[in-house]
Write a protein that binds this ligand. Structure first.
Ligand SMILES: Nc1ncnc2c1ncn2[C@@H]1O[C@H](COP(=O)(O)OP(=O)(O)OP(=O)(O)O)[C@@H](O)[C@H]1O
Ligand SMILES: CCCCCCCCCCCCC/C=C/[C@@H](O)[C@H](CO)NC(=O)CCCCC
Ligand SMILES: [Ca+2]
Length: 557
C-alpha cells in the first residue's frame, strides 16, 4: 500500500512573529497568525496583524538543515539570530527552496523557523527530509563535464562558485571532469564512462559542449542496443540519462529555449528538482552514412557561412558571431540546389500558428500527433504544399537560396528571443524547414531584423516554411562521392562554375552546413527527426505572470 505523506502543523517563530506552519506532502505553507490565537509560549509581543500566506511546493524544496543554537547551521553556514530569540527559541531549522525572479530566473531562498522544543524541531526536519526522499525523479549522483574554453572561458569559475555549492546543499554528489580537448567529453561518454553509476550528465559550456554530450550518449545507447546509426530507417533507442546544461557558451540556444534564460543558477536548480524535458534529435546522413546529430539549427547558406567565418575568429569570443554575421550579410551569397521534404501532415501545430512550446506543452505531450480531443481548429491544418511537385508524399523546391534552415526547436537565444522558428516544438518529432530564396540585400535585412521584433519573419514573398519529418538537400553542382574532392579544390571549381554559369553573380557553388555550431563536410545531406530521443533537466519555458509581461513589453523593431 502506498505510504501517505505525514501531515504536520505547528505554530513556529519566524522574523519576530508567530506563524502557522503546515506541511501536507504537497505544500509547505506558513501564515502569520494574530496575537489572540497564539498558543506558543514566550512569544515576543507585537501589534495585532494578519500577514500574508506563503506557500512552497515540496517538489521545489531544495534542502532542510538544522540551525545551531549559537547562530550557525549544523553544516557550518553562519546565521545571525537576535539574543532574545535564541533564548526563547533555542531550536531552529532552515528550508531552502526555489523562488521565481524576473524573466524565468530561479533563485535559492532560505526561510528559518524557530521552535521552543528540540523534539518538535527534529520532527519537522525529519518529515521534510522524508518527503524530499520520496521525490524519486531527483538526481543523487551526477557526471559533470566542464569546458574551460567555452564562451568567455568562465566555465570552471561558474561551476565552482555558482553551481557546486547548490549541488552540495541538495546532497547531490558529483564526479567532475574538466575537458582537456575538443571531443574529450563525447569520447569519454561513448566508451569509458560507467553510466550505471549516474542519474544524469551535466555539461558546463555552450551549444557545442551540449552537442558533444548528445553525441556521446546517443551513440553509446545505440551501440549498447545494437542499433545501426547509419540507416535512416532504423528507430533509434532513446537515452535514459537526462542531460543538464549549465550555460557558459556564446549562444546557449538550447538552454535558452528549454529554460527561458541562460542563467547558471536557474539551470542548476532545474537539475536539483529533477525536471524532465524530452527533446527531438535530427540525424544527418550523406550517402546512407551517418554524419552528425542536430537538436537546434541545421543551416546552409547564411548560417553556414557565418559559422565558417566565425570559426577562424574564436579568439573574439561571443562577438565573433556579430562580426561574421555582418560580413556574411554584406557578401550576400546565394546557393543553388533542390530541397525535398516529407511534410508532417498529421501533426497538431503549423510553423505559422500562434502556439508556443511552453512548459507542459499540449502538442509535445502527444508527440506532435493529431489528437481526437478538443484542440484549436487553426492548428489542425496541414502545411500548404498543395501546389508543389509531389512524389510519394514528398515536396520538392528547386532554386537559388540565401539560406536553408531546419529548426527542430525555436532556437530562441539572447540575439533573437523568439528564435528562428517561434512556433517550433521541442518534442513533437518535426523540424521547421525555412527556405529563404535569393532576394535583394534590403529584403534579406528586413527578414533578419524580424527575428528580433514581433513581426512575422515568414510573411515575405521570398520565404517559405514547412513542418517536416525528413528532408534532403542536393546542391546543383553535386557529383555525389566526388563532391568532397571538388570542395577541397574549391578555387578551381569556383572559377569553372563562373565560366559555365555566368548568371551566378560569382557566388561560390557550395556553402557549408552549420549543424548546431559545427561545420559538416558535405553539402548533400539527408535528415530525419527522431521524436523525443533525449531528455533534459528542464521543463520548457514557464508562462510569465501577466503583470511581468505588461511591465516588459517585447521590443518592436
Ligand atoms: N578542453 C577543450 N579544449 C578545446 N575545445 C574544447 C574543450 N572542451 C570542449 N571543447 C570544444 O569547444 C567547442 C565550443 O564549446 P562551447 O559550446 O562550450 O562554447 P561556445 O562555442 O563558445 O558556445 P556556443 O556553442 O554556445 O556558441 C565545442 O565544440 C567543444 O567540442
Ligand atoms: C542585422 C541584424 C540581424 C539580426 C539577426 C538575428 C538572427 C539571430 C538568429 C539566431 C539563431 C541562432 C541559432 C542557433 C544556432 C546554434 O546552434 C549555433 C551553436 O551555438 N550558433 C550559431 O551558429 C551562431 C549563429 C549566430 C548567428 C548570428
Ligand atoms: Ca521539434
Amino acid at each position: 500500500m502506498e505510504k501517505q505523506p505525514r501531515l504536520l502543523a505547528s505554530q513556529l517563530f519566524l522574523k519576530n512573529s508567530v506563524f502557522e506552519v503546515l506541511l501536507n506532502g504537497v505544500l509547505l505553507t506558513w501564515k502569520e497568525i494574530p496575537d489572540n490565537k497564539k498558543v506558543v509560549s514566550g512569544s515576543i509581543h507585537h501589534p495585532f496583524k494578519v500577514g500574508t500566506s506563503h506557500s512552497v511546493s515540496v517538489s521545489e524544496i531544495l534542502a532542510v538543515r538544522e540551525l545551531d543554537v549559537d547562530g550557525g547551521t549544523k553544516d557550518g553556514r553562519w546565521q545571525k539570530m537576535p539574543q532574545k530569540l535564541t533564548e526563547a527559541y533555542p531550536y531552529a531549522f532552515t528550508v531552502s527552496y526555489v523562488e521565481r525572479a524576473r524573466q524565468h530566473r530561479w533563485r535559492c531562498s532560505d526561510v528559518t523557523f524557530h521552535c521552543s522544543e528540540g523534539a518538535l524541531c527534529q520532527q519537522w526536519i525529519q518529515t521534510i527530509r522524508e518527503q524530499l526522499t520520496a521525490l524519486t525523479n531527483r538526481p543523487k549522483h551526477l557526471l559533470v563535464y566542464i569546458n574551460p574554453y567555452g564562451g568567455k572561458q568562465q566555465g570552471k569559475c561558474i561551476y565552482e562558485q555558482k553551481v557546486a555549492p547548490l549541488f552540495a546543499c541538495a546532497s547531490i554528489s558529483t564526479d567532475v571532469i574538466v575537458t582537456e580537448n575538443a571531443n574529450h567529453a563525447r569520447d569519454h561518454l561513448k566508451t569509458e564512462a560507467e553510466l550505471k553509476k549516474y542519474d544524469g550528465v551535466v555539461c558546463v559550456g555552450g551549444d557545442g559542449m551540449f552537442s558533444e554530450i548528445v553525441h556521446g550518449l546517443v551513440s553509446r545507447t545505440q551501440r549498447d542496443n545494437g542499433v545501426d546509426q547509419n540507416s535512416l530507417e532504423e528507430k533509434l533507442v532513446p537515452c535514459t540519462l537526462r542531460i543538464g546544461i549549465i550555460p557558459a557558451g556564446s549562444t546557449d540556444c538550447i538552454c535558452y529555449a528549454t529554460v527561458g534564460i541562460n542563467d547558471p543558477v536557474t539551470s542548476a536548480l532545474h537539475v536539483i528538482v529533477g525536471d524532465s524535458q524530452p527533446m527531438d534529435v535530427c540525424s544527418v546522413h550523406h550517402n546512407n552514412t551517418f554524419l552528425r546529430y542536430s537538436v537546434s539549427l541545421l543551416g546552409y547558406g547564411f548560417y553556414g557561412d557565418v559559422l565558417a567565418d566565425s570559426e577562424r575568429k574564436r579568439w573574439m569570443g561571443p562577438a565573433r558571431y556579430d562580426f561574421s554575421g555582418f560580413k556574411t550579410f554584406l557578401t550576400h551569397h546565394h546557393y543553388e540546389g533542390a530541397v525535398s521534404f516529407l511534410p508532417a501532415t498529421d501533426t497538431l501545430g503549423t510553423p505559422r500558428d500562434k502556439t508556443r512550446c511552453r512548459a507542459g506543452c499540449f502538442i509535445c505531450q502527444h508527440d506532435g500527433q493529431l489528437y481526437s480531443g478538443d484542440s484549436p481548429e487553426e492548428s489542425k491544418t496541414a502545411p500548404d504544399v498543395s501546389d508543389r511537385e509531389y512524389e510519394m508524399g514528398w515536396g520538392v523546391v528547386r532554386g537559388k537560396f540565401l539560406a536553408i534552415n531546419a529548426a527542430s526547436m525555436s532556437c530562441a537565444c539572447p540575439r533573437s528571443p523568439k528564435g528562428l522558428s517561434p512556433a517550433a516544438h521541442l518534442a513533437d518529432g518535426t523540424t521547421d524547414l525555412i527556405l529563404v530564396r535569393k532576394c535583394s540585400r534590403f529584403n534579406f535585412l528586413r527578414h533578419l531584423l524580424r527575428h528580433t521584433s514581433k513581426d512575422d519573419q515568414f510573411d515575405m514573398t521570398f520565404v517559405e516554411v514547412h513542418r517536416v519529418r525528413r528532408f534532403r538537400f542536393t546542391p546543383r553542382h553535386c557529383q555525389n562521392d566526388s563532391e568532397l574532392d571538388l570542395r577541397e579544390n574549391g578555387k578551381q571549381l569556383f572559377s569553372q562554375i563562373c565560366r559555365d554559369h555566368p548568371a551566378c553573380s560569382c557566388s561560390p557553388a557550395y556553402s557549408s552546413w552549420n549543424c548546431d555550431g559545427e561545420i559538416l563536410p558535405h553539402a548533400a545531406i539527408e535528415v530525419g527527426v527522431h521524436c523525443q530521443l533525449i531528455k533534459l533537466f528542464a521543463r520548457g519555458i514557464e508562462e510569465q505572470p501577466l503583470f511581468e509581461d505588461l511591465a516588459n513589453p517585447p521590443c518592436a523593431l
